[in-house]
Design a protein around this ligand. Structure first.
Ligand code: DAH
Length: 334
């Protein structure tokens, strides 16, 4: 019994004097640790005591154990609260700056495109990504049996809706809700059942629409030329190649002199010196019919281009999928 008293005094004193958490934890291991702790040792020793003394000795060891455990808890509380109170703070150290992200390259290019058109007096319009066939096709002069619906392999929804295959429906929605003069661009996501190095099932387009009295195709060409020169910061040229879209007449493909080789021929322009960058044309009178505008009074031009394609050309990226894989080693380069 006396030995227990002595041990208890010794241990409580040591715990009282411990100044750091690791010192306390070290003592805890030494006194009550399961493998080599003193108290478990004492409990082992009880086996050698005479049977009649065992109950009293056992009680004494348990009492000791409780006291020591309480002292350990007390000591831990003491050193932990002392630490939070006394930990020195060096206010001259530089702060911890949070890890800031940055804009996705597609977002950057979209914003650049918006800025260029805003500077020419355009407004930025938006429309729903889940469209109805009327706005995505019919009102764009593309009836259900029209062969051009096959070109844009469509994701149809069970409720009769669809994921818009183009940003052109925003043209219709704009003309339905506003009177000319109209000068808008409509950037946004579009969806097609298409998947290879230059096609992703989801990608970004910008639609442009200008409607007013006396709008001509040279307005269209001048606008696109200014746009491409500003976007690529280069003295590029463009040419119109006759083409077909149901909602424009006449229609053209815009070719841009290659921004990589300046037209001398390289793998990006397939040695032609020209890059196909988007469709355009004069708004078809049939489209004006759908939105109730008089084609004798108004004329307009429209164009569509791919933001992904612009970003690939601007940054020299040869696979559209890189934009959508969330691979940090790619994204961090921008
Ligand atoms: N919507 C067309 C497409 O996705 C692109 C386009 C072509 C838009 C000509 C236009 C246009 O506004 O006039 O293929």
């Amino acid at each position: 019994m006396e030995r227990f008293e002595a041990l208890r005094d010794e241990w409580l004193k040591a715990l009282d004097e411990a100044g750091t958490e690791s010192e306390v934890l070290e003592l805890k291991g030494r006194y009550v640790g399961k493998k080599r702790g003193k108290i478990p040792e004492l409990l082992q020793d009880l086996k050698d005591a005479p049977p009649e003394e065992r109950p009293a000795l056992g009680q004494a060891v348990n009492k000791l154990k409780n006291e020591v455990e309480a002292a350990i808890e007390g000591a831990l509380k003491r050193v932990r609260s002392a630490r939070t109170r006394l930990e020195p703070v060096d206010v001259t150290l530089p702060g911890l700056s949070p890890n800031l992200g940055h804009l996705h390259p597609i977002t950057r290019v979209r914003r650049e495109i918006e800025e260029i058109f805003i500077s020419m007096g355009y407004a930025v319009a938006t429309g729903p990504e889940i469209e109805d066939p009327y706005h995505n096709f019919e009102a764009l002069n593309t009836p259900a049996d029209h062969p051009s619906r096959d070109i844009q392999d469509t994701f149809y929804l069970k409720n009769g809706g669809l994921l818009r295959t183009q940003t052109s429906p925003v043209q219709i929605r704009t003309m339905e809700s506003r009177k000319p003069p109209i000068k808008i661009i409509a950037p946004g996501r579009v969806f097609r059942r298409d998947d290879d190095v230059s096609h992703s099932p989801m990608f970004f387009q910008v639609e442009g629409l200008v409607v007013d009295r006396g709008i001509t195709m040279s307005d269209l060409k001048g606008t696109l030329l200014h746009f491409y020169r500003t976007l690529f910061q280069k003295d590029v040229t463009i040419r119109f190649r006759p083409s077909y879209f149901p909602f424009t007449e006449p229609s053209a493909e815009t070719d841009l002199s290659c921004v990589i080789c300046s037209g001398t021929g390289c793998p990006v322009c397939k040695r032609t010196g020209w890059l196909e960058v988007g469709g355009c044309g004069m708004v078809d009178p049939a489209v004006f019919g759908f939105v109730g505008l008089d084609p004798d009074e108004y004329s307009g031009f429209a164009f569509g281009l791919g933001i992904d394609r612009m970003a690939m050309l601007k940054y020299g990226i040869d696979n559209i999928k890189y934009f959508y894989e969330s691979d940090m080693s790619f994204l961090e380069q921008f």
